[in-house]
Write a protein that binds this ligand. Structure first.
Ligand SMILES: C=C(O[C@H]1C=CC=C(C(=O)O)[C@@H]1O)C(=O)O
Length: 460
């Protein structure tokens, strides 16, 4: 079946109907403002339920408050949220005086890794969004149409609130999550055995640890530290999930899809000469190259149906982060609007073409970098072997605009702040396990991957 752009959309789900109802009567207004400087310094309060971030190298969007929430669950959690966002966008009244990616209506989202997780998925349209890109800054406010006269074009933008002081966590103690370090190594050894027996090629095994802080955790403290220490990563906060991920699941911008695939890791020592030697070792390591190739191949396979053309680099580069180095490949594609999947994916907005950024994220998740290869068998093994619910860790996290463009990272190097105890956060890290993996080395790698969150929790 072929469907032209703007053709009837997928049958509305219950979530879409609720979202459309909630969006009716909301006014979204974006105005240009003077340079905001540090976006994260604008966040007014410590509450992880009402604080949103997607920032890299000082650019991106932050938001606070909640004008609209879309909640989904189950195997269709990402697609249902996408359809609900489309339905909501159709009812919003948007006045955008800036017209850049991230202006106008923007929803922040995060989704559970597993369809079976109670964590489900969420998209939130905050009450206020502040953004910065290429020297331009903007402020977006969302209000009810019946809440007084709207600001007029050219009138003074509303003043930003004065942030409450940021509080440090104080003393932090750690305890085991689902498995102790020993038990997790035993689980990895068992999985290596299954890989060697030919069941699968690769399984990404994750573990969790629980941190407890003396003071209630202020999400802005964690974000500030992550952004300062890991400027090359996307520093995110959505609905209690906070982290700094080096891995971009997919960005869709003006018809172009871009993905950063990571797989293959070596720890850094802190000694520059030694790290350079290790980077060269990583680039030659057959174990890591194999792991990386599996990840790229599975991403390309999943992306291909949505693209008119795809560009895959011949060889990975080494991405240097302060804690680890990764083999990395930037894959790009031209999103094919005509080849979109209108029966499954709604087309987006007046100017939108083909699957939205979130629909692409749904198609790509879980990648081999967080699940394994082949996906179905590997995710079944990890669900059994890890003995925990990953919740939103390793799921898509990011933002989507009214036209369907947006950016979705993979929620790595992250923690889930407890909704019931403001002193606690559960940290996660995982490692690609292949036939040549050594459990002790994987444990050490997982410790290195926990370092960004441990550092952010350090009480400075
Ligand atoms: C699963 C994680 O990392 C993935 C991303 C990059 C490299 C990886 C690796 O080399 O194992 C992992 O696949 C994590 O950080 O929790």
């Amino acid at each position: 079946m072929t469907t032209s752009l703007g053709a009837p959309r997928a049958v509305p789900t219950e979530a879409a109907e609720r979202a459309a109802e909630a969006a009716a009567g909301l006014l979204v207004h974006t105005v240009a403002i003077d340079d905001v400087g540090d976006l994260l310094a604008r966040l007014p309060g410590p509450d992880p339920a009402r604080t949103f971030s997607w920032v890299r190298r000082g650019e991106g969007v932050v938001g606070w408050g909640e004008a609209l929430r879309i909640s989904t669950a189950g195997p269709g959690r990402i697609r249902a949220a996408d359809a609900a966002w489309t339905a909501a966008v159709g009812r919003l009244r948007v006045h955008d005086e800036v017209g850049l990616p991230g202006t106008g209506a923007v929803a922040f989202g995060s989704f559970a890794f597993s369809p079976a997780s109670a964590a489900g998925g969420v998209l939130v349209l905050p009450e206020v969004v502040v953004g910065r890109r290429e020297g331009r800054s903007w402020l977006t406010t969302v209000r009810r149409a019946d809440a007084g006269p709207a600001a007029r074009a050219g009138s003074e933008p509303p003043a930003l609130p004065t942030p409450q002081p940021v509080t440090a966590p104080g003393q932090v103690t750690y305890r085991d999550g689902a498995l102790s370090a020993e038990a997790w190594q035993a689980a990895v050894a068992e999985v290596v055995g299954r890989i060697r027996a030919g069941e699968v090629a690769k399984v990404v095994m994750a573990r969790d640890v629980v941190a407890r802080a003396a003071a209630p955790l202020d999400v802005r403290h964690l974000l500030g530290r992550l952004a300062a220490d890991y400027p090359a990563c996307w520093t995110f906060a959505v609905d209690h999930l906070v982290g700094a991920t080096p891995e971009l699941l997919v960005r869709r911008e003006k018809g172009l899809a871009a993905c950063r695939v990571l797989a293959g890791t070596i720890r850094r020592t802190g000694d520059d000469a030694d790290d350079l030697r290790r980077a060269a070792e990583l680039a030659r390591s057959s174990k890591d190259l194999e792991e990386h190739e599996l990840a790229v191949a599975s991403l390309v396979k999943a992306l291909r149906p949505y693209c008119a053309s795809i560009n895959v680099p011949d060889a990975p580069f080494v991405l240097h982060l302060p804690n680890v180095m990764h083999l990395a490949s930037d894959v790009t594609g031209v999103v094919d609007g005509a080849l979109g999947h209108p029966s499954t994916f709604p087309t987006h907005g007046a100017g939108g073409t083909g699957p939205s950024s979130l629909a692409l994220a749904a198609a790509l998740h879980p990648t081999a970098a967080v699940g394994g290869t082949p996906t179905r068998e590997a995710t079944a093994i990890l669900a059994e072997a890890e003995r925990m619910d990953r919740a939103r860790y390793a799921g898509p996290v990011g933002w989507i605009g009214a036209d369907g463009d947006g950016e979705w990272g993979i929620a790595l190097r992250s923690g889930e702040l407890s909704a019931s105890d403001s002193h606690e956060v559960r940290l996660f890290a995982g490692c690609g396990v292949v036939a040549a993996s050594d459990p002790a080395a994987e444990l050490a790698e997982s410790e290195a991957k926990l370092q960004p969150m441990r550092g952010a929790l350090a009480g400075r």
